[in-house]
Design a protein around this ligand. Structure first.
Ligand SMILES: [Zn+2]
Length: 299
């Protein structure tokens, strides 16, 4: 009897292991589309989503000694574009993501959004030929006061200058650049000389809702008005300066016609049709001088 029981146990254990193995294989196959795929379904199959990683760049340089977290070598940018192309990624504008959510457009199999913050002229001077070479596109978030200032100067050194309105228009006209708002003049942080200064476009503590609404509205409208007058561009994407998000800002930006906003939280976005609120505070990976697109997207 004992032997019989032992045999039974062995057979039962073997059967259990086989079932577990089969289940594991099945689950792995089922889970595979979620890991790095293009689009996936939840277990109920009801909520389809598209995975959208967004890369965040700032400035490009040809001088290796100037490289830091916000300035990377042009050659590194090219390596990123090569990696994206060779791994089947297709760059999309945020406006295409909006169209997908609205149901008026589709997204490619492996979409990625390339974003540049602050509006450096090198995004165009160094970037255009590479975007063309690898058939990519990007979203540039301009700070209105910087662009306005450099529109009145003759300094267009690609190593540090900001794009003027003429360049911003050329960017958009090339079809490779989408222009987003990075505020008119809220691209600042509190510092020693002004510890009470606002952090980006966020609401100050103790500030009334009315005051915040008025200040954010005036600044945001000014940037849009200048873009419309000088370039014929009406931005619908708002990029929070320094990633400083205020909950109170979302309804205000929506009322002003913005359809999406970009944060600095690091994650991959799940984009679903009809989920218009999901377009706000989209996460982005900071592409600094240490982490390549390959490292950021393969983790
Ligand atoms: Zn910025």
């Amino acid at each position: 009897m004992y032997v019989f029981k032992l045999k039974t146990l062995i057979i039962a254990a073997a059967a259990a292991i086989t079932v577990l193995l089969l289940l594991t294989l099945g689950i792995c196959r089922f889970a595979a589309p979620h890991s790095k795929a293009v689009s996936g379904f939840s277990e109920t199959g009801s909520d389809e989503y598209v995975e959208l990683p967004i890369l965040m760049y700032h400035s490009l340089t040809k001088n290796p000694s100037k490289v830091n977290a916000y300035v990377i070598n042009v050659s590194d940018f090219e390596n990123d574009l090569k990696f994206l192309r060779d791994n089947g990624y297709t760059a999309v504008f945020i406006s295409e993501v909006i169209d997908y959510v609205d149901g008026s457009g589709d997204l490619p199999d492996k979409p990625v959004a390339i974003t540049f913050d602050d509006g450096f002229v090198n995004n165009y001077d160094y970037g255009l030929s590479l975007l063309e070479k690898y058939d990519m596109k990007c979203t540039v978030s301009i700070v209105g006061s910087y662009t306005e200032k450099f529109s009145s100067l003759t300094d267009d050194n690609p190593e540090y200058a900001y794009a003027d309105y003429e360049t911003v228009k050329n960017m958009a006209d090339s079809g490779r650049y989408e222009i987003a708002s990075h505020s008119y003049d809220m691209h600042s942080l509190p510092d020693k000389s002004n510890p009470g200064a606002r952090k980006g476009a966020s609401k100050n503590s103790g500030e009334s809702d009315e005051d915040y609404r008025r200040i954010l509205t005036e600044d945001t409208q000014k940037n849009r008005q200048l873009l419309e007058e000088n370039c014929g561009i009406t931005p619908v994407v708002y990029t929070y300066p320094y990633g400083a998000i205020s909950k109170s800002s979302m309804p205000i930006l929506k009322e002003l016609g913005y359809r999406a906003s970009l944060s600095c939280l690091e994650d991959t976005n799940h984009i679903s049709r009809g989920n218009t609120d999901g377009l706000f505070c989209l996460s982005r990976y900071l592409r600094d001088n240490k982490r390549s697109a390959a490292a950021l997207l393969q983790k």
